[in-house]
Structures are given as C-alpha cells and as structure tokens.
Ligand binder design. Structure first.
Ligand code: KG4
Ligand code: ZN
Length: 348
C-alpha cells in the first residue's frame, strides 16, 4: 500500500485493437486513462487484421503506459499492482499487454492481476455509476462476443448463454460493409438508420421466441444480404455493391436490421432476468453504444421493472478503466504467478 493508504492499480488492455492503460484507485477514481485506437489501420480491410493489431500494440504500448502514468501524477513505484486483460481476445494482441504487465510487475516487484475482458466490460457499469451492481445479469455485446452471465459478485460469473454463430457487433460490421458504409459498422449503421423506417423490412429475430438463452445473428445477416443482392449471389469485400442503393433504401435496410438485432438483444436479456430471478441488468461492450439499443433497453426496464445499467459510451468500447475489476481481485488476494499465459479462446 502507498503512504496515503490508497490502492493504485495500473490496468492494461490490448485484447483486440485498442491499446489502453489506466490507473484506478480503490475508490474507483480514475487517475489517468489513455486509449490508442487502431480504427484507421483496419478500416480499409473492413475488420480487425490480427497481425496488424499486434504490431500496432507493440508500437503503442510503452507510449500509452508513459502517458497514463504522466496523467495520473504518480510514479511507477507508487503503484500497488499491475493488472492486465489476458483473456479472451486475439492471441498476438493479448501477448503484448501480458508481456508489458509481467515486465513491470517483475521490475517493480508488484503483484500481477489477471483480468477477464468480458467481466471487465460488465464492471464498467460499477465504475461509471458507483452503485452496487451485484448480483446481476450481465450482457456483453461486442465485436467478438454476445453473451449473458449470471454475475454473483465481481469474482463470481457464470455463463448463461451466448451466440451460436456471429457476435452482434460483427453482424453490424458485416451488414454495414454490404451497404457500402465505413468501418466500424456499428456507428455507421446507427447514423444511416436515423432517417430510415425500422418497419420497412421484416428481418428475422432468430431464437427470440425460443426458451433457450442463446443468440443467432447469421440468419439475420444472410436475410439482409438476400434482400439486397438476391439469393445465391457471391459478394466480394472489394465490390460490396453489385447494384447501386439509394440513400433511402440504405436508411430503411439499416433501420430494419438494427431493429431486429436490438429486439433479440433486449428480448433475451429480459428472458435471462426472468429465468434467474435477478432484478438488475448490466450491459457492456461496443454495441451497447447504440442509441436505439439504449432506448429499447430503457423502455424494457421501465416496462418490466428491472434496474438497468449501461456503461456510458467511452466505457462501452474497449478501454482500460473497466480493468478496475482488478481492485476486487486484489482485495480477494487473487494474484498470478509470472508464468501467467494468455487465454485467447471463448470463455464461459
Ligand atoms: O467492445 P468493442 O469495442 O470491441 C470488442 O471487444 O469487440 O466492440 C466493438 C464493436 C464493433 O463491432 C462495432 O461495430 C460495435 O462494437 N459498435 C456499435 C456501435 N458502436 C460500436 N454497434 C452498434 N451501434 C453502435 N453505435
Ligand atoms: Zn471488448
């Protein structure tokens, strides 16, 4: 502990394509936070290229840590622990953060804490609202994940169900590419949908009326594709528009697609609350930045009477502030040895 009896943890986040660091105290005060986005590097490929992502992390990680420490107004020696998101994510990207964290932990002789990126997305709600969020149902809706968890506490998460094919964010990105809209697709779809009619086309809401807690977005993606280009037509990434779409057609497709995706996310979350008997829902991940999603979730929370926490925009997309969940692991004495490895695969 430092002299003023306040814990200060450096959290690192390099699971996908953002290089981020933050220093957080045990009262969840953010002393400094930096996010270096790689969007411009991946834009022309229409998605994250793992090799490019890990190389960019290598270039960014030390400047990002330096700037975070500078903004925090402390020295490295005043840190109490080093935390790093080591699961799940892209293997090469995860390794950059993990090696940086281990090196700092060893050089500074500070404890090392492992952070599960998905759990951290839920914990962003606690950091943002400074309210007790546990026990709750946690919904993670990002580019790589669409999952529901029963979250008893910050260190006790149980998988309830998730997507059986594409993640919600990935689907936004792919549909945006079909419409010729720029990457990342989520914000582009949201913008395009603004003037569109959400009821223009009845796209499928897969699994919505089934009992099991699971999502499926590949049917929705294919339905949009068939609607646009006809059945059986092959689409190439460098020639997304085989026919010219009018602005109002794009708006209607974007709005109708967005409505179908959001209905599935809201509907299954409500089902998870009913199934578990829990009365709090916490949402994290990039898709939670979507305005229509937030609107329909708010309406459901009023209608069904559950407490709803959705992280603010800056804490929805990847950041290191949500790594504050490491404070709870510190308190529980959950430290890692220096041979800690990355766990890229989907975790339950
Ligand atoms: O959580 P995140 O930053 O990274 C991952 O861990 O995947 O999520 C990125 C995803 C992308 O697929 C992006 O298109 C989506 O979040 N996204 C959105 C919006 N903003 C970002 N999707 C829908 N509407 C948005 N406004
Ligand atoms: Zn994420």
């Amino acid at each position: 502990m430092t002299t003023d009896a306040r814990l200060r943890i450096l959290c690192l986040e390099t699971t996908c394509d953002e290089t981020a660091a933050a220093v957080i105290t045990d009262s969840l005060e953010v002393l400094g936070s930096v996010v270096a986005s790689q969007d411009s590097l991946h834009e022309k490929f229409g998605g994250v290229v793992p090799e490019i992502a890990s190389r960019a992390h290598l270039e960014n990680i030390l400047p990002v840590i330096d700037e975070t420490i500078r903004r925090s107004g402390i020295t490295l020696n005043e840190l109490d622990a080093i935390a790093v998101a080591n699961m799940p994510g892209l293997a090469g990207s995860l390794l950059v953060g993990l090696v940086a964290a281990k090196t700092l932990a060893l050089a500074l002789q500070k404890p090392l804490i492992a952070v599960n990126h998905l759990q951290a997305h839920i914990y962003a709600c606690k950091v943002a609202f400074k309210e007790e969020i546990f026990p709750c149902v946690g919904l993670i809706v990002s580019g790589g994940h669409t999952s529901l968890y029963r979250c008893e506490s910050a260190i006790d998460f149980t998988f309830l169900g998730g997507t059986i094919d594409d993640a919600a964010g990935e689907t936004f990105d792919k549909v945006a590419a079909m419409l010729g809209l720029p990457y990342p697709g989520g914000p582009s779809i949201q913008r395009a949908a603004t003037g569109g009619n959400p009821k223009a086309f009845a796209f499928p809401r897969s699994l919505l009326h089934e009992e099991r807690l699971a999502f499926s977005f590949s049917g929705l993606k294919t339905a949009v594709r068939y609607h646009l280009f006809g059945q059986g037509k092959v689409l190439f990434a460098d020639a997304p528009a085989e026919r010219t779409l009018t602005e109002s057609e794009i708006a209607d497709v974007a709005a109708s697609f967005q409505e179908a995706a959001v209905d599935c996310l809201v509907g299954k979350s409500v089902q998870a609350l009913l199934r578990t008997g829990l009365t709090t829902l916490c949402v994290g991940g990039g898709v939670a930045a979507n305005a229509r999603f937030r609107q329909k979730m708010e309406a459901a929370s009023q209608d069904k009477g559950f407490r709803l926490f959705i992280a603010p925009l800056a804490l929805c997309t990847d950041n290191a502030v949500m790594g504050a969940i490491a404070i709870e692991r510190y308190r529980a004495g959950l430290f890692e040895p220096l041979d800690l490895d990355v766990a890229p695969g989907l975790l339950r």
